[in-house]
Design a protein. Structure first.
Length: 149
């Protein structure tokens, strides 16, 4: 799975808004997260359309999260950006397999396990990401807990 650069920009934008936890000017978000402002301006409408952010015009305008950071997941952002979050067609809801071997294919079992891990990771919230110490394994622990539930 390779994320589009615009999805990466969207994730970084949303993380900065979660860190900021107030209305932010787009140029400040762009600077803080090393996102070209012209690219950020293309991402903002998609995030707004997905009801992840709200925008305000005027002198005190800017952008801010529409919901608390503990209610917005990486998956929410990726879906808003049009990403396919499945690692292979056979792990999608319809379980399509051109060999008709989903129930007996050893590769499918591997893909299914990997997809569960990807799904668990994508369920991490912005809040979890910005408050976890990457070195302490908090995020890994959070993912493991989601896999086991």
């Amino acid at each position: 799975m390779l994320l589009c650069i615009t999805t990466d920009y969207a994730i970084r934008c949303m993380l900065q808004l979660a860190i900021c936890s107030k209305i932010c000017i787009a140029s400040e978000v762009a600077d803080a997260m090393s996102i070209p402002l012209s690219n950020l301006r293309k991402v903002i409408p998609l995030l707004k359309e997905a009801h992840l952010i709200e925008t305000h015009q005027g002198q005190n305008g800017g952008i801010l999260l529409m919901r608390p950071s503990d209610e917005i997941t990486l998956k929410d952002i990726m879906v808003a950006m049009g990403e396919d979050i499945h690692i292979n067609r056979c792990v999608k809801e319809d379980h399509f397999c051109n060999r008709n071997a989903v129930g007996k294919c050893p590769v499918h079992r591997l893909y299914d396990d990997l997809q569960r891990r990807v799904d668990a990771t994508l369920e991490l919230t912005l809040h979890q990401i910005i408050t976890s110490e990457l070195d302490s394994g908090d995020l890994s622990k959070a993912v493991s807990e989601k896999i086991n539930t």
